[in-house]
Design a protein around this ligand. Structure first.
Ligand code: 3HC
Length: 320
């Protein structure tokens, strides 16, 4: 007789073999519960990041310096809402409801990217966010296009295309400011100085401190480690800063011929942990704003549910 445990062991072996041969795991496939839970955690946090990330930039839509800039920023912020929606939908295929995910966000059980707890103080911050924050997000998300869970991988392909446009629009704002008047150049430098370090923190703790890394790499949920992705971003940002003619915020940055990478300063990990544990500049404000918007949107959700019910009833009657 084959026991449950023996069957589960065989299922796990077959599951891992599928991953090892680069086949995608789809919603109805068998998967270990820990794989499912880990994906729900990462994907829902990713979705929350997209949605909470609308707030720091949304704050500047009414203050954009021209109609064209306003239209571009508005469109970017709308894209982020769309990314959140794809990701919530993809996460729902794992058996969790949208309402459960929202509750986890609003009660602090689920995290969202630390970067969005920093305030946006000037128009230059719109440039720095598009360039550095979306740039760091792409650096990570390009690798996630090859993640093992099919719906997540497919959503990443579209999201990356849109994030590339966001990165370009941010860099273009920086080019104009950095090559503008002395006051504009100073604004660009100040935004770079404030957003550079938190952007590096977006990649998460060092690999040695990353709780989920080993399993996520084995299951190919993550395709590159936190430190490798951060290093890639550090390297690619150097020539971009040079082109802008701005000063690099990391005074200790140095090319290491042997490693073939830039060596850089250690990050302020106390600050990182303080922010992800809810004590950043804007954590409380971001969640309060989300709760308010969610409550004010209750009638839209009720109306949509009522409309769907009416539509289903009509379909059922027509079919009867
Ligand atoms: N911000 C907030 N929390 C973070 C974090 C960050 N920058 N980096 C790590 N953490 C949290 C983890 O979520 C985990 O907490 P948990 O156990 O409560 O979930 C803890 O710190 C330990 O970190 P690990 O390295 O073990 O966690 P992961 O293996 O999940 O790696 C990650 C962290 C690299 C961020 C990974 O989750 C990931 O790649 N996520 C998908 C990408 C993503 O979420 N991107 C959001 C960027 S913003 C964005 O895309 C919006 C766009 O508009 C710019």
């Amino acid at each position: 007789m084959i026991t449950n445990t023996a069957q589960e062991t065989e299922l796990e072996l077959l599951f891992q073999a599928k991953i090892d041969t680069e086949q995608k795991i789809e919603p109805k496939d068998w998967m270990p519960d820990a794989y499912r839970q880990n994906l729900i955690r990462q994907m829902s946090q990713h979705a929350h990041s997209e949605v909470i990330g609308m707030q720091p930039e949304g704050n500047w839509i009414t203050r954009a310096p021209s109609l064209r800039r306003k239209a571009v920023l508005l469109s970017k912020v709308q894209d982020e809402a769309g990314h959140g929606l794809y990701l919530y939908s993809a996460t729902e295929t794992l058996g969790i409801s949208r309402a459960e995910m929202i509750t986890a966000l609003q009660t602090g059980t689920a995290k969202y990217a630390s970067i969005f707890n920093y305030p946006t103080q000037t128009w230059g911050d719109m440039g720095a966010i598009g360039w550095l924050v979306d740039g760091a997000a792409i650096c990570n998300q390009v690798s996630l296009q090859r993640t093992s869970y099919g719906p997540y991988a497919r959503s990443m392909i579209r999201i990356c295309k849109e994030e590339s446009f966001h990165q370009r629009q941010g860099y273009q704002i920086m080019i104009e400011l950095a090559h503008g008047t002395p006051a504009q150049k100073e604004m660009a430098q100040d935004s770079l100085n404030r957003f550079y370090w938190p952007s590096l923190m977006m990649f998460g703790p060092h690999d040695s401190e990353s709780a989920h890394l080993a399993r996520s790499m084995k299951w190919k949920i993550k395709r590159e480690t936190n430190d490798d992705l951060r290093q890639k971003f550090i390297n690619q940002t150097v020539s971009q800063i040079n082109y802008l003619g701005l000063d690099h915020p990391d005074k200790a940055l140095q090319w290491n011929e042997e490693r073939g990478h830039y060596d850089s300063s250690e990050l302020n990990w106390d600050e990182f942990y303080s922010v992800i544990n809810g004590n950043g500049h804007c954590n409380r404000q971001r969640i309060q704003h989300h709760v308010k918007a969610h409550e004010e949107g209750a009638w839209v959700r009720e109306a949509t549910a009522a409309y769907n019910l009416k539509k289903q009833l009509k379909l059922a009657r027509d079919a009867a």
